[in-house]
Design a protein around this ligand. Structure first.
Ligand code: ACM
Ligand code: ZN
Length: 766
């Protein structure tokens, strides 16, 4: 230690008690995510200060070091490590003898007035107990805003008994499309650790970049880690003319693996084959069917050029690569990709055709199966297990492969039926590169819609699986593909808070899950991220998109974060800090469209959200708000019928023709909304309709706008009379994402969505 630091250390320890800044956390405020199996909040407090010692026996050396380091970083000083079990003023780790209930990863946490005990069968259990313990810390203790402050804290007492639902709790990161530094990868791993996730799937190679040093094939990184430019946005013809590069040396990989191991996280490397291999082929074109030449891919999407399955050299090369990979990654699992491999090249390659003939393979799918089986045999001989994306089912599954089901749940169901382990990661719920709010208000993303609520609602075990096959679902994983995620801040934005919801999917028993309770328990986590200066996505103010209020009822915003401020407008302007500040429920005198935003001190803000508020007392005589709907299950992708003449499977009433939240029990269906639309003035109108998939708008039985398939159309200017008009709206869904937007523009009304207060149906006679 340099003298100056020695001086500071002495100074610090002498004045520790008098100078520490105390942070209080209320009694009974025990909020843990993911939700534990059992939790009893106490009524007293534990003082975390410099009197506290840490104690653990030799098997918990790693956990003692981890907790000591963590407490050093938040308290500003090191706690003493005790040599013998202290009787008070301590945090101690206790080894249990095969407690059946807790299993390999469970723990008990007991926070008493002057003694904290974490008990487990294993170091992993102790580690998860530590994570729950840190969630009792006042979030402010994690503050990055105040430098080198000495802190102490009051924690609530509690008793926790906890263990996970699934053994595989994973999070993926694509570093090929955009490279992220080793330091950031470690920060990412810390987010996993805080959520009790135990698998980090590191997507190291793809068409757009090879990111791992392989000593035997130096060109993989010399050439394969550099792409000359990148397409801009969604425009396949426009490029940023900027080099993108980066890779991890083997030494750096070892550091990351060790860092993760200390946090009980296995790092699963993914080396993509036979597809998504263009960066490798740019370096070594011989391992392709055509021989190249190739460039590291500058566009997103799938490429036809893949590893040649006919040439023996390809297998030699890939086995050499995997041999080095296995020296770096002790993980049981090695992921070999296997997704999105077009078969054109193989079908036109002499070597591949010869291979199909000599191996008696019926087609290119069986050739892919042959390819994967060969890789599996190689890995199994080295004591490792193969994981592949669900395409590895095509042409026959390798004997012991674990399947990652990403194209929905079906691949996972098929694999489980064949007694193969499955990790569920369907695009519908587990793709964190998808939008998490209204696409028009969110930063550019690849597509989709995976809100926090939707992630939370995910159930990894399909109900259609027979009971004896359910055991093959070993857990779930969320994936972060980074085509449209170029910065570390954007990575944080896409994973936080969705990772918290995913952690609860994996850890918490379904009967203990509840979204509203989850949001309440998330409060300290949001605050912790705030103090850690993380770029998390701040949820919008909470309420339904459309609210119908009775006489005298007030409109209420709930903030998902209790220390945030909500600002709102009623005049259509976007709200900011100059707008009205929400302090209490609002009494509205007319039908209104409110726009609101959540803000935190320091400038972090949510997306703006729009809310339609309708007053029941304002409804025209004999009419009520909304439309009738008529529902038709079926595939209408070939032709949209005239639903008006058909008999529906079911009928009902909605306030607004929304399709994204429509409770359709089928994947493919049609809806006919019918009722009246109220046009406010005699004027020229322009109507617009956007729809995915088909949509049509009729007014007074005349087709105004729309088409059979994906549509984004506007009408010419139409002269319309004010008053009520018959309206019919058709929507057809072919499976996948749902979207229907109806827009209108007229004098005094700029183009906007047709407001809920404009749709009516006749009131039935009482
Ligand atoms: C994938 O998203 N192509 C696995
Ligand atoms: Zn070939």
């Amino acid at each position: 230690m340099k003298p100056i630091y020695l001086f500071i250390a002495l100074f610090a320890s002498i004045f520790l008690v008098s100078c520490t800044k105390h942070v209080n956390y209320g009694k009974g405020e025990v909020r843990i995510v993911p939700k534990p199996v059992q939790l009893t909040a106490g009524t007293e407090t534990f003082e975390l200060n410099s009197d506290i010692k840490i104690y653990g026996t030799a098997e918990f050396k790693n956990e003692v070091e981890y907790l000591s380091g963590l407490l050093h970083s938040v308290l500003g000083y090191k706690l003493r490590i005790a040599d013998e079990l202290p009787s008070k003023n301590a945090i101690v780790f206790e080894l249990l003898k095969d407690d059946k209930q807790l299993g390999a990863e469970g723990y008990k946490l007991s926070v008493g007035v002057n003694f904290v005990k974490i008990s487990a069968n294993t170091p992993a259990g102790i580690f998860y107990g530590i994570q729950s313990f840190t969630q009792l810390f006042p979030p402010k203790i994690f503050s990055k805003f105040e430098e080198l402050e000495l802190r102490s804290a009051t924690l609530p007492t509690c008793e926790v008994v906890d263990y996970p639902r699934f053994a595989y709790r994973g999070m993926h990161l694509d570093v090929s499309r955009h490279f992220f530094s080793k330091e950031f990868v470690m920060k990412y791993i810390d987010y996993l650790a805080a959520h009790k996730l135990n698998k980090f799937h590191w997507h190291l190679t793809d068409d757009q970049g090879w990111r791992i040093e392989i000593k035997k094939y130096p060109k993989l990184t010399e050439i394969g880690s550099v792409r000359n430019e990148t397409m801009i946005g969604k425009n396949f013809n426009e490029f940023d003319k900027t080099k993108h590069s980066g890779f991890y040396t083997q030494e750096e990989i070892k550091e990351v693996v060790a860092y993760a191991a200390q946090r009980h996280i296995a790092v699963i490397p993914e080396i993509e084959m036979p597809g998504h291999a263009l960066a490798a082929l740019a370096a070594y074109p011989n391992y392709s069917c055509t021989g190249g030449p190739f460039e590291v891919h500058t566009k997103w999407g799938v490429t036809d050029d893949i590893f040649c399955a006919g040439k023996e050299e390809t297998f030699g090369f890939l086995q050499d690569v995997l041999t080095e990979v296995m020296t770096l990654f002790p993980s049981n699992y090695i992921h070999i990709g296997g997704d999105e491999a077009p078969k054109e090249r193989w079908n036109n390659c002499n070597a591949c055709k010869t291979r199909m003939k000599t191996e008696k393979l019926k087609d290119a799918h069986e050739l892919q199966s042959y390819f994967v089986k060969r890789m599996e045999k190689f890995l199994n001989e080295k004591g490792r297990k193969l994981i592949g994306w669900d395409e590895i089912l095509e042409g026959g599954l390798a004997p012991a492969a674990t399947v990652m089901s990403w194209r929905g749940m079906q691949g996972g169901i098929d694999a489980a039926m064949q007694n193969h382990d499955v990790i569920m990661t369907p695009g519908s719920h587990m793709y964190f590169d998808h939008y998490q709010g209204d696409a028009e208000l969110e930063p550019l993303a690849i597509g989709g819609f995976t809100s926090l609520n939707k992630v939370y609602s995910f159930e990894p075990v399909p109900s259609e699986l027979p009971d004896d096959k359910k055991q093959y679902i070993i857990g779930a994983q969320a994936n972060l593909w980074t085509e449209y995620i170029a910065t570390e801040a954007q990575v944080e934005y896409m994973i936080l808070p969705r990772m918290s919801a995913m952690a609860e999917v994996n850890w918490t028993m379904p009967e203990n899950k509840n979204y509203d309770d989850f949001i309440v328990r998330m409060q300290p986590m949001f605050k912790r991220w705030f103090y850690q200066n993380a770029n998390f996505r701040l949820p919008e103010p909470q309420n339904q998109n459309i609210t119908l209020l009775k006489d005298g009822e007030k409109f209420e915003f709930k903030s998902a974060i209790d220390f945030a401020t909500v600002f709102y407008t009623t005049d259509g302007e976007d709200p900011d800090t100059e707008s009205a500040k929400y302090t209490e429920p609002i009494l509205l005198e007319r039908n209104s469209t409110l726009k609101a935003i959540t803000m935190l001190p320091g400038g972090l803000k949510s997306a703006i959200k729009e809310y339609s508020v309708l007053l029941e007392s304002r409804v025209k005589r004999n009419k009520i708000y909304g439309l009738n709907y008529r529902y038709f299950p079926g595939d209408f992708s070939q032709k949209m019928p005239d639903f008006r003449t058909m008999k529906p499977a079911s009928e009902g009433h909605v306030i607004y023709p929304e399709v994204d939240n429509f409770p359709a029990p089928d994947k493919k269906f049609g809806i006919h909304f019918t009722g009246l639309i109220f046009l406010p003035i005699d004027e020229k109108y322009v109507f617009g309709l956007k729809s995915d998939d088909g949509g049509k708008l009729f007014i007074d039985d005349k087709l105004i706008v729309g088409s059979e398939g994906f549509t984004a159309l506007v009408t010419d200017t139409l002269e319309m009379l004010s008053g009520f008009h018959k309206v019919d709206i058709f929507y057809t869904e072919f499976g996948g994402s749902r979207n229907l937007k109806l827009q209108m523009e007229t004098k005094g009304i700029k183009k906007q969505n047709i407001q809920p207060g404009m749709f009516f149906i006749e009131k039935k006679e009482e």
